[in-house]
Write a protein that binds this ligand. Structure first.
Ligand code: SAH
Length: 605
């Protein structure tokens, strides 16, 4: 015997996406109360003659219950037809409570949720191995508030696929929450309007452009928003791109730790875990006790009672120390060695099982937080981060400086500006636009300012600029370089770019460190070179043979001598442009390009 009231899912819209059981319920009902415009009215054609049909969009909850009660009393089978699946935003819980009070029994027939219909429209697997194994069904606050912990700002700090209901009206707010949570502006997003209906629309994009595309498509309601790397559909390939992003923190793809690490184990189990970690890190040394050292050919042995001495000896020689043991042991050993947060190495503690990876010291500048996330990726554990900015989903300013290799000119201001960031004060950021977009766009109260622009915030973070102002400023300095370039006629931009990025990488720098480019004046109309400079918004200077010959270069180029009457182009241009006396990186030769790097000296040419 069916129950007196049936709650059934009507599916997302298409009439053949209701279950057979749901369809039977329509056929057998004496009274049908259906949920407004998202239940396909054609389904109601299956109702038996004489069935009473109500649209709940025009009724209050009380009216719905009243009709249910009256109909049940009259011996009629009642069907409450919801869109999709009734368990998701179906408001069935409150109806059930009221039916309980009236001692009316009921049952639920599931339906195809619009989340699944939208995924089907997108040919999407929400849980792609290597990207995410989680799908979250959620919404933004509307008339029904969303608990704070479930705010997208908190909920989205991971790679899970998000199916977001009831939220199309404020796409800008939604995107800004997701970016706040640490999602990359480039991560894929899609919106499906009226999935499975004949007039369905699909809009695909990235977090960057999805709001605009939705506006252009004129979608304002009845739409499912799906976002997450799973949409890129690349499985393990995309995982590589995601770097060590597995642990719910901001800007993971920037999470590399490039220094040398020492990994220590003291117990037998700890030694094995330490060896696993050391094997997963690029440049690491393993320190373990002699008695557990069998089978670890590359390990360095700590003699009995020599652990403390080993740590002391290693302290300044490594950029990171990873201790697989209890925090207490570590704290006691490192306490006397700690000097300053700008110079101390990163210290990370990992338990023997690799479950908790605690960033204990130098989380930002020293890279401890990044290192612990990388180790969490190796052990499959959880990175335990306690720095306030990170746990609030913000990237601290000293962390940015560390990642980008910028010098902090006034470290006393780190705390001041990070606190302002945490407190939501207005901060002006004079940073390269890409970096602002990557780390800070969408965060209220942070404003990108351009060189020369008036500051209007309560504080400022300034890269390569000194501004006379009363507001607290954190001054950062990229250690700038000049790159000298020589190239053959008609070399394309891409070849020049590859060569320059390669020499920069060899000098552990990136394009943001480049203050200017230089070459010989014979190349001043070389299209590829000009395009490269323009693409990266870099100043390029062309020097006369006299100027180039006035600096002393380590390598003489017979080709340059023959063609232009100069001893060298790339090296000489790097030195001429930088004002430096010696090169950071001597000339490197590529098939059509030569490039050399020199540190820029203030007042360089
Ligand atoms: N129980 C329903 C959801 C009801 S809430 C389900 O499981 O699908 C209503 C919201 O669902 C809409 O705002 C929209 O976000 C989404 N929705 C319902 N039907 C949809 C459809 N056919 N296409 C896209 N989104 C839909």
């Amino acid at each position: 015997m069916p129950k007196q009231v049936i709650f059934a899912g009507a599916g997302p819209g298409a009439i053949d996406l209701i279950t057979l059981r749901g369809l039977d319920a329509i056929k057998n009902a004496g009274v049908i109360i259906y949920a407004g415009s998202l239940v396909n009215p054609e389904l109601l054609d299956n109702a038996k003659p004489g069935a009473e049909i109500f649209n709940s969009a025009e009724m209050s909850h009380e009216e719905v219950i009243e009709i249910m009660e009256k109909s049940v009393k009259a011996g009629k089978q009642v069907l409450r037809l919801h869109t999709g699946d009734p368990s998701i935003y179906g408001a069935i819980a409150e109806q059930m409570r009221d039916l309980d009070r009236r001692e009316i029994d009921y049952e639920v027939i599931p339906g195809v949720s619009s989340a699944f219909a939208a995924a089907a429209e997108l040919n999407l697997e929400m849980t792609i191995p290597g990207i995410t194994q989680t799908a979250i069904f959620t919404r933004r606050s509307g008339r029904t508030p969303v608990p704070e912990q479930e705010n997208l700002k908190n909920l989205a700090a991971n790679d899970a696929t998000l199916a977001i209901f009831l939220s199309i009206a404020d796409m800008d707010g939604l995107v800004s929450d997701l970016i706040f949570a640490g999602r990359s502006p480039d991560s894929p997003a899609a919106v499906v309007y009226r999935a499975s209906w004949p007039n369905r629309k699909i809009v695909r994009g990235t977090l960057n452009d999805i709001a605009e595309k939705v506006r252009q498509a004129g979608i304002t309601r009845q739409a499912m928003i799906i976002t997450g790397e799973a949409l890129s559909g690349q499985g393990d390939k995309s995982r590589l791109y995601a770097g060590d992003f597995a642990h719910g923190y901001r800007n993971p793809q920037m999470g590399a730790f490039t220094g040398k690490t020492a990994v220590y184990g003291i117990t037998e189990k700890g030694t094995h875990k330490a060896a696993e970690i050391a094997a997963g890190l690029k440049d690491s040394a393993l320190f373990i006790p002699e008695k557990f050292s069998a089978g670890f050919a590359n390990a360095e042995i700590c003699g009995t009672g020599e652990f403390a001495k080993t740590v002391e000896k290693n302290w300044t020689g490594f950029d990171g120390h990873i201790f697989v043991m209890a925090c207490g042991i570590v704290v006691r050993h490192i306490a006397p060695l700690i000097r300053h947060k700008l110079t101390d190495p990163a210290v990370v503690v990992c338990d023997e099982n690799g479950a908790n990876i605690i960033s204990l010291l130098s989380g930002h500048v020293g890279g401890g937080n990044r290192l612990s996330r990388i180790i969490a990726g190796i052990t499959g554990g959880k990175a335990v981060i306690t720095t306030a900015t990170d746990v609030n989903g913000l990237t601290a300013f000293d962390e940015i400086a560390a990642r980008k290799g910028w010098r902090i000119e006034n470290p006393a201001k780190i705390k001041v500006l990070n606190t302002m960031l945490l407190e939501g004060k207005n901060i002006d950021l004079l940073l390269p636009e890409e970096i602002f977009n990557e780390f800070y766009s969408g965060i209220p109260n942070l404003k990108l300012v351009k060189p020369g622009e008036q500051l209007s915030g309560d504080g400022a973070v300034l890269l390569n600029a000194e501004i006379n102002t009363d507001i607290p400023c954190l001054n950062l300095e990229a250690k700038p370089v000049a790159v000298g370039i020589g190239c053959r006629k008609d070399t394309v931009c891409k070849d020049i770019e590859e060569a320059v990025l390669s020499v920069l990488a060899e000098a552990s720098l990136n394009i943001e460190h480049v203050k200017k480019l230089g070459s010989i004046d014979a190349k001043q109309y070389e299209p590829g070179l000009l395009e490269f400079a323009k693409k990266h918004n870099l100043e390029i200077e062309f020097y006369s043979p006299e100027i180039l010959n006035s600096v002393k270069c380590p390598n003489i180029s017979p080709v340059a001598e023959r063609e232009f009457g100069v001893k060298a182009v790339a090296e000489a241009a790097a030195l001429a442009g930088s004002g430096a006396e010696c090169l950071l990186l001597e000339k490197r030769k590529f098939p059509r390009v030569t490039a050399a790097v020199a540190k820029y000296v203030k007042g360089g040419r």
